[in-house]
Design a binder for this molecule. Structure first.
Ligand SMILES: C[S@@+](CC[C@H](N)C(=O)[O-])C[C@H]1O[C@@H](n2cnc3c(N)ncnc32)[C@H](O)[C@@H]1O
Length: 219
């Protein structure tokens, strides 16, 4: 994984990675180089969606399987997550997944303006303690960058089961004139959207509230 100008990422919830299983380790050597996003400016052709912090890659792979004509780019620094994602890509013979093994913010810096149709940020590390809020992924700088890469009419989905992180995110997106929140009624954030794919992580319900889904549009 290349050095990030953002510095090493703080790990939330796990201090040490587990040993990568032999089959996944082999795929890290063979398949990952073939589907890795090359360093430098990212070439985007056709409809492209981005998932930030894909964890084990279940959602990334399932969305890619459902939408074979869409290119899915996923970013994840956690080695076990990347190892699990490459296994999903291989098992489902997906040809439309690209992986950035590293900090999503470094990838985004290399993505051209107005090129991405959808962004997913699902159950990001909550960092619930006030003194750790600065480690949260959702920050005004990231919101600016996401506004830059999204196409007009592009969508961004955020989900969390930590009430304070939901409020935090809503406040910051509502403060940006570059995004509109698409909810009309409570069910729009309380009920998982029809195209959502639940991951094992989400099922653990580690937060302090029921999952909330915020869908924003780039006007
Ligand atoms: C709590 S997990 C959720 C995983 C997955 N989205 C899910 O719902 O199953 C959050 C993930 O975000 C990743 N993450 C944290 N900071 C990140 C960053 N700057 N760029 C990309 N991924 C990041 C973590 O490594 C972790 O795998």
């Amino acid at each position: 994984m290349p050095q990030s100008p953002h510095g090493p990422l703080r790990s939330f919830g796990r201090l040490k990675s587990r040993p990568v299983k032999p089959r996944q380790a082999a795929l890290m050597e063979t398949l990952l180089p073939q589907i890795s996003v090359p360093e430098g400016p990212v070439a985007i052709t056709g409809e492209t969606w981005l998932e930030i912090g894909f964890g084990g890659g279940e959602h990334l792979a399932a969305q890619a399987a459902r939408a074979p004509n869409v290119a899915l780019i996923g970013a994840e620094p956690f080695v076990n997550g990347v190892a699990s994602a490459v296994r999903h890509v291989e098992e489902q013979a997906l040809t439309n997944v690209r992986i950035h093994h590293g900090d999503a913010r470094d990838l985004i810096a290399n993505i051209p303006d107005v090129s991405i149709a959808r962004v997913f940020i699902l159950f990001p590390d909550p960092w619930p303690k006030a003194r750790h809020h600065k480690r949260r992924l959702i920050q005004p700088e990231l919101i600016e960058d996401l506004a830059r890469i999204l196409k007009p009419g592009g969508r961004l989905r955020f989900a969390s089961d930590w009430a304070n992180y939901v409020d935090w995110t809503l406040e910051r997106f509502e403060a940006s004139p570059k995004f509109n929140w698409l909810a009309d009624r409570a069910d729009d954030w309380r009920i998982p959207p029809a195209d959502h794919i639940t991951t094992r992580y989400e099922e653990k319900r580690l937060g302090d509230c029921a999952p909330v889904f915020l869908d924003f549009e780039r006007p």
